[in-house]
Design a protein around this ligand. Structure first.
Ligand code: SAH
Length: 387
């Protein structure tokens, strides 16, 4: 099938040559504005030579997302190939498991699409106009590879606004939460009403890292969601976990999850706004875990978000006993790791504490990073010893 053609305005940049998959609107020659949002286009260079194929959305700052650098049909067979490659990676790193992120957008060669697997359930997030139109191909390929698959599409991500797409209400369901297993623990996931797709698979390696340090004594799990880090701490021998989150629904799944893992006697959920709760908490802990939602959602929020990270980390550090440990993260793609480290240093100074980093981490291998695209490397994690 012939795709409409759009042209690069100037020479191919080093960034694109290296393998970056986004063409910004100011990199394209006039004409792309007439393309209907989501259309698959052929990109030509300024000399009219073939450059690649991708989905185009003239309303988005990211005007084209490349799917291939060679001439290719983007059909069910193409999705089948990408899904198979993605599945092979998951089978290599998580053999015989059935709960993981199967497709991480650009990282798996399908820009704008997220697919999280929860046993037989597959939650699809079409985040762009392009992937909205490609859903039938994605669904056909998924059903072909997983004949028992139950597919669920969620359109409640605020990222859709940037593409001019409607942000829909959460889907309702008569089904209860889905139980998954990770590293010998059970987690309850609400795929319909839960946050994102129901579970944060990206922190798995960092939860494992926490367990490797065998947290002992009292642990504070801030922004605990459905149990995540706290369960790993308990499994590794912690005496007790105080877990704070503002979501009643998340805490109720966490509490039932704690029961199913035999943790109930050592796990206590607290429903509170972490920012407020930290202002009045006087107790100290041997380990404090801090995993806030992104505090920097867009470029214009960078200064405010940076102050937010610094102050939140400072308050959390003050809750760590002398000689204790602090496990902290940031999922803001707009906050580069070196800058985040500066904020941690500022936080320690503000908290009047000495801190040394003893381990750093990033996202789990089911969130593969494209070396040419720093945007695909968003999760930062560090363990600090606090004196
Ligand atoms: N640590 C979790 C994931 C955290 S996701 C894990 O390992 O799975 C971020 C969490 O922050 C969500 O559960 C959300 O309900 C919670 N949250 C967002 N704003 C909050 C606030 N102001 N106070 C407390 N919790 C908040």
């Amino acid at each position: 099938m012939a795709f409409p053609v759009v042209h690069l305005a100037g020479p191919v940049s080093e960034r694109l040559r290296r393998g970056h998959l986004w063409l910004f609107s100011n990199e394209l020659a006039q004409g792309f504005q007439d393309v209907a949002p989501g259309t698959m286009v052929e990109v030509h260079d300024a000399g009219d030579g073939f450059f690649g194929v991708g989905t185009c959305n003239p309303h988005s700052l990211i005007a084209v997302r490349l799917f291939a650098r060679e001439r290719a049909e983007i059909d069910a067979a193409f999705f089948h190939r990408k899904l198979t490659t993605a599945l092979k990676l998951r089978e290599a790193v998580y053999s015989n498991e059935t709960a993981y992120r199967l497709i991480f957008s650009e990282g798996d060669g399908l820009p704008g699409l997220i697919v999280d697997r929860y046993n037989d359930f597959f939650v699809l997030l079409p985040l762009t106009a392009g992937t909205e139109l490609l859903l039938p191909q994605a669904q056909d390929a998924l059903r072909d590879i997983f004949p028992d698959a139950k597919l669920l599409i969620r359109r409640d991500s605020s990222a859709r606004v940037l593409e001019g797409l409607a942000v829909e209400e959460l889907p309702s369901s008569s089904e209860g939460p889905v139980e998954i297993e990770q590293d010998g623990m059970r987690f309850l996931c609400d795929l319909w009403q839960g946050q994102k797709t129901g579970f944060f698979y990206d922190q798995r390696t960092n939860r494992q890292t926490l367990a490797e340090f065998h947290p002992q004594g009292d642990v504070l799990d801030l922004f605990c969601y459905t149990g995540g880090f706290g369960f790993y701490a308990l499994n590794a021998g912690a005496s007790r976990v105080v877990a704070v989150d503002s979501s009643e629904a998340a805490l109720s799944l966490a509490s039932e999850g704690a029961r199913r893992n035999g943790f109930s006697a050592r796990w206590r959920g607290v429903k509170a706004d972490v920012f407020e709760w930290l202002k009045t908490c006087r107790e100290k802990f041997d380990w404090v875990i801090l995993d806030p939602p992104s505090l920097i959602q867009k470029r214009s929020k960078i200064p405010k978000g940076e102050r937010g990270y610094r102050d939140l980390n400072a308050r959390a550090m003050q809750r760590v006993r002398h000689g204790g440990f602090f496990a902290t993260s940031s999922c803001s793609g707009l906050l580069p790791r070196p800058r985040w480290m500066e904020l941690l240093a500022d936080a320690a100074r503000k908290a009047k504490r000495q801190a040394v980093v003893i381990r750093e981490g990033t996202q789990a291998p089911d969130h593969p990073i494209l070396p040419a695209m720093p945007e695909t490397n968003y999760l930062k994690f560090a363990i600090l010893r606090m004196d």
